[in-house]
Design a protein. Structure first.
Length: 186
């Protein structure tokens, strides 16, 4: 079996969370039809760990809990933090804010309903809101064609600092009784 360490690296890299030795063994056996001893895999893991300790590499292999995962080295955390800050500060466009407001107040709602309220095509705004995970697809409507229904996501609640839709501001919160035309007379 050639390149076993590369296959193990690929498994660790492709795994969304740490991957256990047993999972590595299973994947290799299922793919190549050969038996792999856990001790041999652990030996390869030690070799991979040593390889990634090189100062020339930004990643390291870390044992987390019962599994292994690639993480960036601590030296690179400040620059990664800047990336995260920059991405989190991206503002929503006016169209996305309008679309999000309609979905928040009318949920669950179809794209057609959003477009009828806004009066323009909302494909792009809905796609961007889905990518930012501020809205989710919450099902399908029972109407003709069974269009998708959109609702706000848990991230929406976190993003706006609310615990539920009931905490959204109401129209009465935006109106002031002090608005008048002309001068006030006594």
């Amino acid at each position: 079996m050639d390149r076993i360490e590369q296959h193990i690296e690929a498994l660790i890299f492709a795994s969304e969370q740490s991957i256990r030795v047993e999972e590595i063994v299973y994947c290799l056996q299922a793919t190549f039809g050969e038996d792999f001893a856990e001790q041999d895999i652990k030996t390869h893991l030690d070799s991979i760990k040593t390889k990634y300790q090189s100062p020339a590499l930004a990643l390291e292999m870390v044992k987390i809990g019962n599994g292994y995962q690639f993480l960036t080295k601590k030296d690179h955390h400040p620059v990664i933090n800047q990336l995260q800050l920059q991405r989190s500060k991206k503002k929503l466009s006016q169209a996305a804010i309008e679309t999000l407001a309609i979905i928040a107040y009318k949920q669950p709602v179809t794209k057609l309903d959003v477009e009828q309220i806004r009066g323009v095509n909302s494909d792009y705004s809905i796609q961007k809101l889905l990518e930012k995970e501020l809205i989710t697809i919450s099902g399908k409507s029972e109407t003709v064609g069974k269009p998708l229904l959109y609702s706000t996501s848990p991230l929406f609640m976190d993003y706006f600092g609310i615990n539920g839709i009931s905490e959204l501001p109401q129209i009465k919160d935006f109106t002031e009784n002090t608005i008048s035309i002309g001068e006030e007379q006594e």
